[in-house]
Design a protein around this ligand. Structure first.
Ligand SMILES: [Zn+2]
Length: 349
């Protein structure tokens, strides 16, 4: 009898951790379909198999014992002005599109009041964009379809010969990962492998223990992870953070740039003196950039948009931004005490 009890206790000590991990967390989702006169935004319900997408995403999140289910589905009206502006950005280069479309999408999507996980569907996004998490507002934005005509493909087709493709569950799973506080990484075959640092690393659907624990923490509370929470965390840890995966949709919440984050208080004081001395140059460049951006908007919203003119205006903006970056770098090289090797390494990271 006694030995049986020991055997049982012995076995239980191995099994117990798995019992804990196996507690299933069910996460309610509110799914919203954008309605608009702009075809790039308008997302009719029948243009996406949401059940199939969710099934695929749930399969990926199964090892974490997190399962999403649709609690509410509804149609929401997009802001028409912002929707039109968004469609006008198609044809821009990737970086220009990313920053400007974030702003327009933020305006196009009405307020989602309830503090739950939201998925907003729009019809399509150009280039390589698969989906997006808006960390200031806590919703996942997901296109229904991808079209080769909006990619940079010279043939107008995807490499497999098709011209359009429906959304994949992996993208939804990845964006929900962001909503559960996960950042991009560069692990092979991992769900969160994405972004410029992960170029050449094989993408996948895997999850590691640390990600599972982090995601479960957020999933169990039923509210998405917001950028302001991360900022709070960084203030407490005072650890240098990797760059946020999405450019800010609200400039006032932007964390300081990495070169400032790594500076000692003494360096910061010296840096602001240097900036003061060079203020005129920065102001001049700022003004130039504002003019270039205005020209670009003007080129975009003429009766008949001329792609060449838009591209030229866009590269003018980029040129001024490069001038600003280089000026900033020149100022940084005068810093006293100078940035150490380690600090430079931290900035690059
Ligand atoms: Zn991502």
């Amino acid at each position: 009898m006694k030995s049986n009890l020991f055997t049982l206790l012995f076995l239980f000590s191995f099994v117990a951790p798995y019992f804990k991990a196996a507690e299933l967390i069910s996460v309610p989702l509110h799914v919203h379909y954008l309605k608009s006169s702009v075809p790039e935004i308008n997302a009719p319900k029948d243009k996406v198999d949401i059940k199939k997408l969710l099934k695929e995403a749930n399969q990926i999140w199964k090892p974490a014992d997190i399962q999403f289910f649709i609690k509410e589905e509804n149609v929401i009206q997009a802001d028409e002005k912002a929707a039109k502006a968004y469609a006008g950005l198609f044809g821009l280069e990737k970086i220009a599109f990313q920053t400007q479309s974030n702003r327009q999408l933020d305006r196009a999507i009405p307020e989602l009041k309830e503090p739950v996980f939201h998925v907003v569907l729009l019809h399509t996004m150009p280039l390589g964009f698969g989906g997006r998490y808006f960390p200031d507002r806590g919703f996942v934005l997901l296109p229904q379809m991808k079209y080769a005509k909006y990619s940079n493909s010279p043939t107008g087709k995807f490499p497999d010969g098709t011209t359009e493709r429906p959304q994949q569950g992996r993208v939804l799973a990845h964006e929900l990962g962001h909503a559960m506080s996960l950042m991009h990484g560069k692990l092979e075959n991992n769900l969160m492998t994405s972004g410029p640092q992960a170029r050449g690393v094989k993408r996948g659907t895997g999850l590691v223990e640390k990600q599972i624990l982090g995601a479960r923490k957020i999933a169990s509370r039923g509210r998405p992870f917001l950028r302001k929470e991360r900022e709070l965390m960084t203030r407490i840890d005072s650890e240098p953070q990797p760059n946020p995966q999405n450019p800010p949709t609200n400039a006032s919440r932007r964390p300081p740039p990495p070169w400032i984050r790594v500076m000692s208080p003494e360096q910061r004081r010296n840096f602001s003196d240097l900036m003061r001395k060079n203020r005129q140059q920065f102001e001049a460049l700022n003004k130039e950039r504002a003019d270039a951006r205005r020209k670009m908007t003007q080129a975009l919203f003429t009766e008949k948009t001329d792609e060449k003119v838009v591209r030229k205006a866009s590269s003018e903006v980029a040129k001024i931004e490069a001038d600003m970056a280089l000026l900033n770098r020149r100022i940084l090289s005068q810093l006293k005490p100078p940035l150490s090797k380690k600090q430079l390494e931290d900035i690059r990271r």
